[in-house]
Design a protein around this ligand. Structure first.
Ligand code: GLU
Length: 292
């Protein structure tokens, strides 16, 4: 018997939900429901300097107003830091990570990368970085095709725990997806670049990674992702026409459904990731410019 499908949407609460995030939330939801699976919301608020509880509430309220309800209690990463600490020590015992007290200025000479192991003293304030690796990974992305990562880890030592004590997205996302038995990740193509590091962490922990696929990013006229950094506007709650426009970018065009509930159930039937095959970007159409 195959493992039951468990998918998730994992927003970082650094602002309210915008149009691009609604499209991502819908893709993960539709894929889960098409497979008769569970869909779980997880709040990725490990970065205490950028995340706010008020945004977590606002995001879940907005998702719920679009009838996107988590099938399990919403998990909040900041409540699981003890577990991240324990698993960081597993990596430490394996000598897969090293303490680092480099400054931004010292790293600037290396284009922001970290091509060496600095082995700072544990007495000084330090971050924990993953050691470089020559490992190569690949994954079969049902939308983007085979993703091959060969040199991604060679000159790269991502921070897993910051000097200020906050854990990184990379560490927390892998631990939570594993702990929550997530079987499928459906997320934006901007996260393709994070995949090699995540596969490496799965390998180090001895865990099987979920199946991973990346939907195209919605971009503005300059080709930039619609994002909070680019000042994307919050979407209105409970708005059927916003939902229909978001579904349009997932190649689902519905004829005048009467309600959000009806639109969602028609969209589950219509969802076909093959229609997005190979697409990394979709430009926001003229009529949708008010979303940014
Ligand atoms: N929290 C991440 C973000 O908001 C998404 C993580 C993921 O889907 O892997 O960009």
């Amino acid at each position: 018997m195959s493992t039951p499908y468990r998918g998730r949407f994992a927003p970082s609460p650094t602002g309210p939900l915008h149009f691009g995030s609604l499209v991502s939330a819908l893709a993960s939801y539709l894929d889960a429901k098409k497979h008769h699976g569970k869909w779980i919301i997880r709040i990725e608020d490990v970065d205490g300097t950028r995340c706010k509880t008020s945004f977590s509430k606002q995001i879940t309220d907005t998702l719920n107003s679009y009838h996107l309800f988590s099938d399990e209690t919403v998990r909040v990463q900041s409540q699981h830091t003890e577990m991240y600490e324990q698993l960081l020590s597993v990596l430490r015992k394996q000598q897969a990570i090293f303490p680092c007290n480099c400054t931004r200025q010292s790293l600037a000479q290396h284009n922001g990368g970290h091509p060496f192991v600095c082995e700072s003293s544990l007495d000084q304030p330090h971050s924990w970085r993953l050691k470089t690796s020559l490992a190569a990974y690949q994954c079969q992305d049902s939308i983007q095709g085979t993703l091959r990562f060969t040199d991604d880890l060679k000159n790269n030592c991502p921070v897993l725990k910051r000097k200020d004590g906050y854990f990184s997205y990379q560490l927390a996302v892998v631990i939570d997806d594993h702990q929550q038995n997530i079987t499928h990740l459906v997320r934006g193509a901007d996260l393709i670049d994070t995949t090699a590091q995540q596969l490496h962490l799965y390998h180090l922990f001895g865990w099987t990674p979920p199946s991973i696929c990346h939907i195209p990013l919605i971009t503005n006229h300059s080709g930039d992702k619609i994002s909070k950094q680019n000042h994307a506007k919050p979407i209105q709650d409970n708005n059927l026409s916003t939902l229909l426009r978001a579904l349009h970018y997932l190649k689902i065009d519905l004829e005048s459904p009467l309600s959000i509930a009806e639109a969602l159930s028609l969209a589950i039937e219509a969802w076909d990731p093959n229609k997005l095959k190979g697409m990394k970007h979709l430009s926001l159409e003229e009529q949708d410019l008010h979303f940014i």
